[in-house]
Design a protein around this ligand. Structure first.
Ligand SMILES: O=C(O)CCC(=O)C(=O)O
Length: 325
């Protein structure tokens, strides 16, 4: 274990810095700077003033819900994730119906496709303990479900495309509010996470901190949701046959009642180096390199929504694009 702890320290000392903050660039980097200083080092950064340099109409139009509703009024339905507490795709304690045994499972949201206006209304009517809605689908939903908004932003981020050597494989739109939270996980793709309205709050840990996440196998479960005579009900059902999902066990924000026990269960997380912490504001892009662990919370804009767009591509062998520049 001593060697692993030394590795965490050395990664911070040699590459990431030890003050737990993410570097902020005043303006978009050149492709060469981006590749040399961040992509090839697998190091996150935040690019400020994107709205000035890229001048997407999205930054001024999307914060107005009436613009989105009007523009999307004759589009096909959009995907909305529903859960009782805004914590879908995360660990939930489940009492087994037959044995009464208490265990944890990996719970996925109930996903519905609804007309945009109806889906947006569900976000603003969200209530913790009742129903929390999050418009999202990580399957290129922006180019599929929201294609009419395509001319409001760039199809790709030119300096990143040049540095990474190819166009994004998926572009996803996220519309939620402070009630939705994304639990710690990692992805295998390079992520240019652009906040259009509101703020996103990230906790980040480098891939070398994998042991601090206590990744364990949890049985997969799904929320199913019903609305009968205005009575809304979620039930959590384990998948059958059982399927196991490897997931991070750490909740970085335990309640005051569970804090002590969580700290005792996950000492490497709570007693190790602090995670990198950053808030990404409207008009900024977070470069989130592949395999970094991330936990995401959000604060809404004045109209009650947080809107973000992320451009993703699988990590290539980064030496290839480097030599293309
Ligand atoms: O914005 C969020 O809620 C989660 C974003 C995320 O996890 C991702 O882009 O991989």
């Amino acid at each position: 274990m001593q060697e692993v702890k030394k590795l965490w320290d050395e990664v911070r000392e040699l590459s990431l810095g030890s003050n737990s903050t993410i570097e902020r660039l005043e303006s978009p980097p050149t492709p060469l700077q981006f590749l040399r200083d961040y992509v090839s080092q697998n190091k996150p950064c935040i690019i400020k003033n994107v709205s000035l340099h890229h001048q997407w109409p999205a930054f001024s139009l999307w914060p107005h819900p009436s613009y989105l509703s009007k523009t999307l009024s004759s589009s096909p339905p959009v995907s909305v994730h529903l859960s009782p507490n805004g914590r879908a795709d995360s660990l939930v304690t489940l009492t087994h119906p037959r044995s009464g045994e208490i265990s944890q499972c990996f719970a996925s949201a109930h996903v519905e496709r609804l007309p945009f206006d109806e889906a947006l209304q569900l976000v603003s009517n969200s209530k913790n303990g009742d129903v929390v809605a999050y418009l999202q689908q990580q399957n290129d939903c922006f180019r599929d479900e929201y294609s009419v908004l395509g001319s409001d932003c760039d199809e790709h981020i030119a300096w990143a495309t040049e540095a990474l050597g190819c166009y994004p494989e998926a572009v996803n739109l996220w519309i939620g509010n402070q009630l939705s939270e994304t639990s710690f996980h990692k992805d295998h793709y390079e992520n240019l996470y652009t906040v259009v309205s509101g703020q996103k709050h990230f906790l980040l840990l480098p891939p070398t901190d994998v042991h601090r996440m206590y990744i364990r196998q949890y049985p997969a479960a799904h929320y199913s949701y019903s609305r009968v005579n205005d009575v809304e009900r979620f039930t959590l059902e384990l998948e059958e046959p059982v399927r196991y999902v490897p997931w991070c066990s750490v909740n970085p924000y335990p309640s005051p009642e569970t804090r002590e026990s969580e700290m005792a269960k996950f000492p490497l997380y709570f007693n190790g180096p602090k995670p990198f912490e950053c808030t990404v504001n409207a008009g900024e892009i977070l470069y989130l390199p592949s395999m970094w662990f991330h936990h995401v919370r959000q604060s809404p804009d004045d109209n009650g929504y947080t809107i973000a767009l992320n451009y993703c591509k699988a990590k290539a062998s980064f030496l290839c694009p480097y030599f293309k520049i």
